[in-house]
Design a protein. Sequence first.
Length: 62
Amino acid sequence: MNMKPLLCVLTAALFAACQPKVQIVPSEKPILIELNVNINQEIRVRLDKDVEDLISNNPDLF
């Protein structure tokens, strides 16, 4: 009885059983992207422009 074919089949079955399985599981929660927009700069620009206009209109203010 030749054991080589049986050994090859058993070895192939063993390697097939040991194959790693990779799963990609999506999150149940939605992806949340927070955009923190800094509007402070816009307010400063407007304020700076207003102050500049005020100083130019009233040079003796300071």
